[in-house]
Design a protein around this ligand. Sequence first.
Ligand SMILES: Cc1cc2nc3c(=O)[nH]c(=O)nc-3n(C[C@H](O)[C@H](O)[C@H](O)COP(=O)(O)OP(=O)(O)OC[C@H]3O[C@@H](n4cnc5c(N)ncnc54)[C@H](O)[C@@H]3O)c2cc1C
Length: 450
Amino acid sequence: MNPTYKNVEYTSFTGWIDPPTDLAPPLQGAQECDVAVVGGGMGGMATALRLAERGVDVVLLESEFCGYGASSRNGGQIASAPGGDLRMLRVLSPKKLPGMVRFADNAADYVERLMKDHKVECDYEANGMVWAAVSPIQMFRVKTLAAILRKLGVDGQVGTAKEIGIPEAFVGGMRERRGGMLNPGKLSRGVRRALLDSSARVFEKSRVTNVQRQGGKVVMTTSGGELIANKVVLSTNAYSGEWDIIPKHLSTPAWIIEVETEPIAPERIAALGWTSRSGVVTQHQIMENYRLTPRNSVVFGVRRLESGASYPLLPRNPDPGMMRELAETFYTRFPSLSDVPIARCWGGWISFSSSWTTVAGRVGDNVYYSASCNGHGLAQAPYLGSLIADSIVDGKRSVDLESVWEEKASYPPSPVINPFGLRAVWLFDRVSDLLNGSRRRARRAAASAS
Ligand SMILES: Cc1cc2nc3c(=O)[nH]c(=O)nc-3n(C[C@H](O)[C@H](O)[C@H](O)COP(=O)(O)OP(=O)(O)OC[C@H]3O[C@@H](n4cnc5c(N)ncnc54)[C@H](O)[C@@H]3O)c2cc1C
C-alpha cells in the first residue's frame, strides 16, 4: 500500500467539525404549529430562521441533528454561478438562464449576509471560486462560459494560472466575482446555534416517516409523535424521494467524497504559486475540486459520482478505492506534494435534478419543496429557503424565487445520474485526461528537442 494512505481516517460524518453534543429533544406526542420545516440542512435552517424572524410559529424536524447532511460535508466553496454546464442550460432552458444566473449571484451575497447578521465565524475567505482548466481545451470552455456569464451581466476575471493566482497545475481559469471558501461545518454549526436561539421550535433525532395532507392541514409522523401544521416546507435535499407526496424524480441522489491531506509546510504551499488561495473546480464533466484550509492542508474531492441508492439513504463510510483514485489524481496534478499523507476522507449525498437546475415548487397550496442545487447548494439552498419563507409570509413570490419555481408536479428521470450514464461521463473525462497528458508530453519533448 502507498505509505501516504496508511493512516487515513474514514468518517461517516465530516472532516470539518465534530457532531454537536447538545442535541435538541425529539418530537414527542401531538404538537401543532403554523409552518413546519422538514430537514435541518442549510436550506431548512435558513427557512426556519427566516420564518421565526418574521414572527411565524415554526417547527423544524430533523432526523439526526441540524447540519448532519451535505451542508457540513461539502467542499466549502461558495459559488456565485449556477451548477451544471451553462452551454447546455442555454440550449435547454434559454428563458430560465438569466434568472438562474441572477439567483446564483444573489445567493452568494445572501450567505455572506447570513454569516454577518448571525456573527458566524467559519474561516470565510472572500476570494472567489475559480473555474480552472487543466488543458487548453478546458480553457476554451472556461472562456465560452465566461462569455455567457458576461452577456448576462456577471463578470468574472479570466486569465492564466499566474494572473489569477492559482497553481501551475492549471492552464488558467475564471475567478467568480463573488463568493469564496469557508469551513462548512462551522457555518452549519453557527446557523444551528442562531436557530436554537430563535423562537423556532427545533426537534432533532426526529425522522419524519410520513407526510400527509389531511383536511387542509399537513400531518407529519415521526417515531415519537405527530406534528400538525397549516403549511410545510420539505427541505430534505438528496433524501427528498422518501415520501409519495414529493413529485417523482424531483431529485436523484448521488454519493460523492472529499479527501483532506495532512498539514503541509507553509513554504511548500508557497512554492505552488497559489497566491490567491482561491478554491478551484476543474472543467471536467464531473469536476475535481481543490482548496487550501486554514490548517495548511488541501481538501479535494468529487471526480466520481455514485448513484443507484435506494431510500432511505443510510449513513455510509467512503470507499477506499474512491479515495485512492482522488488521491492519485491529486498527486499527479501536484507532483511536488506526492509524499504528503492523506489524513481523512468523508462523503455525502448530493441531489441532482434532471434539468440540472435548482428547483422549488408546491404540492396543493400547503406543501412546499426545494431541491437539487446540483453541487452548488451551499449558498443556493439557504437562499432558496429564505425566499420560500418570505413567499409564505408575503403571499407572493420574489423575482428570484420565480426564476427557479416549477408549477408542474412531475419530472422526467435524470438521463445522466444513473450507473450507466455516470460511467460513460467518467470515461469521457478519463479519455480527455489521457489525450491531454499525451499532448503535454509531446509539447515538452518538442520543446526540449529544439
Ligand atoms: C461532499 C460534498 C461536497 C460538496 N461541495 C460543495 C461546494 O463546495 N459548494 C457548494 O455550493 N455545494 C457543495 N455541495 C452541495 C451542498 O452541500 C448542498 O447542495 C447543500 O448543503 C444542500 O443543503 P440542504 O439543506 O438542501 O441539504 P442537506 O444539508 O443534505 O440537509 C438535508 C437534511 O434533511 C435531513 N433529513 C433527511 N430526511 C429526513 C427526514 N425524513 N426527516 C427529517 N429530516 C430529514 C437530513 O438529516 C439533513 O440534515 C457538496 C455536497 C457534498 C455532499
